[in-house]
Write a protein that binds this ligand. Structure first.
Ligand code: PMP
Length: 391
């Protein structure tokens, strides 16, 4: 039985299509890497968040397989019932060392981690201050927590200060949440200013380091390592495993009390199945690779610098970003989609990002670089961009 016509799904879908926002899944016929296969064609991949090229790393795969022999596949239950294994605990310890935090708690996804933080810490009388371009999961976290959501202009610390100053004294808890590296823009706000003006106002800071962990910092400890932000400056640190670490899942790091509170009160931790232990073991292996294959970070940085230089020599403006996310602003959604299609024809996977993910008129190609690429891969993309849009 289809859903009743009165639900209007046909009309909704038509409206999405009319707005040029219809999305389609693409089917990959193999694994992640600098090259992927779609419809039997090998494409150079500039769309993945696998920034360090660990998603298909043999050592990570081996750690996963070895752990399956020990732990089996499924965790069988939530962490608090009987799903928490020594593999999960070892990963939490490794993350605490990597981030320099007192304690870490695993979540099955970053989306759930962000929902879990806000819903455990905040309620209706509290305030959540957020950057306008924060990831959807942070914005959704505000809704689920019931806290009052106040947004400040993207990366605008003066506006944040004004917002903080304007809060009523009765508002009990104030949490400022921000992406460290913005997922669709690749830029990093002035994190030291963010931390200091949050602290001065007596508020607490949550950073979502999904795109910084593994990539930023000498040791790959993320944005907090890179900018010297300790647990006092960023009491709530969130990171994910599905990007630079090449696996899946997420964590929150902070004080003993924060983690205990999340264990007691965070519904997206309490009422969901623990991630498979083998995935935790694979992620621990990725963390080891951050040190043992430390060349991946400088190699990626070199590719980023070379790419920006070559693209600007074409007279094209990449958005301001020093990270692996190098968006090329196009404007209209249809133009971005057409450019993405032309690149596909030439053998490149570069996905167009449109509203509602980005504001109207700011559709873009979200080009991502990876340590899995070599200079020749990047040169091929630059050449293709020169042919399609070079001035
Ligand atoms: N935060 C940011 C900034 C992200 O980019 C993402 C993933 N796109 C998430 C959170 C969600 O993480 P996950 O994919 O693990 O749910």
């Amino acid at each position: 039985m289809p859903l009743p016509a009165s639900w209007g799904l046909e009309k909704t879908l038509a409206e999405i299509a009319d707005a040029g926002q219809f999305r389609q899944l693409r089917l990959l016929e193999g694994g992640q890497g600098a090259r992927v296969t779609i419809d039997g064609r090998t494409l150079l991949n500039f769309s993945s968040n696998d920034y360090l090229g660990l998603a298909a790393h043999p050592a990570v795969g081996k750690a996963l397989k070895t752990a399956v022999d020990i732990y089996g596949v499924g965790s069988g239950a939530s962490h608090l019932v009987c799903g928490h294994t020594s593999a999960h605990a070892a990963l939490e310890d490794a993350l605490a060392r990597l981030t320099g935090r007192s304690r870490v708690l695993l979540y099955s996804t970053g989306y759930m981690a962000n929902l879990g933080v806000a819903s455990a810490l905040l309620s209706r009388q509290d305030v959540l201050l957020q950057d306008k371009l924060n990831h959807a999961s942070l914005l959704d976290a505000a809704a689920i927590s019931g806290a009052k959501l106040v947004r400040y202009r993207h990366a605008d610390m003066q506006h944040l200060e004004e917002r903080l100053a304007a809060l009523a004294p009765s508002e009990q808890r104030v949490l400022v949440s921000s992406d460290s590296v913005f997922s669709m823009d690749g830029d990093v706000p002035d994190l030291n200013a963010l931390a200091s003006c949050t602290a001065q106002a007596g508020a607490a800071l949550q950073l979502d380091d999904a795109h910084g962990l593994g990539v930023l910092g000498e040791q790959g400890g993320g944005a907090c390592e890179a900018y010297g932000l300790d647990e006092a400056a960023v009491p709530v640190l969130m990171g994910t495993f599905g990007k630079a670490l090449g696996t899946a899942g997420a964590f929150v790091a902070g004080s003993e009390q924060l983690i205990e509170t999340l264990i007691q009160k965070s519904r997206t931790f309490m009422y969901t199945t623990a991630m498979p232990p083998a995935l935790a073991a694979a992620t621990s292996q990725s963390i080891e690779l951050l040190q043992s294959e430390g060349w991946r970070r400088p190699h990626l940085q070199q590719l980023i610098a070379g790419f920006r230089k070559k693209v600007s020599a074409l007279g094209l403006d990449l958005m301001p970003s020093d990270t692996a996310i190098q968006p090329l602003l196009v404007g209209e959604a249809s133009a971005a989609v057409n450019l993405s299609k032309s690149l596909l024809d030439k053998g490149f996977l570069v996905v167009a990002i449109r509203p509602p993910t980005v504001p109207a008129g700011q559709s873009r190609l979200r080009i991502t670089l990876s340590a899995a690429h070599d200079e020749n891969d990047v040169d091929q993309l630059v050449q293709a961009l020169a042919e399609l849009v070079g001035r």
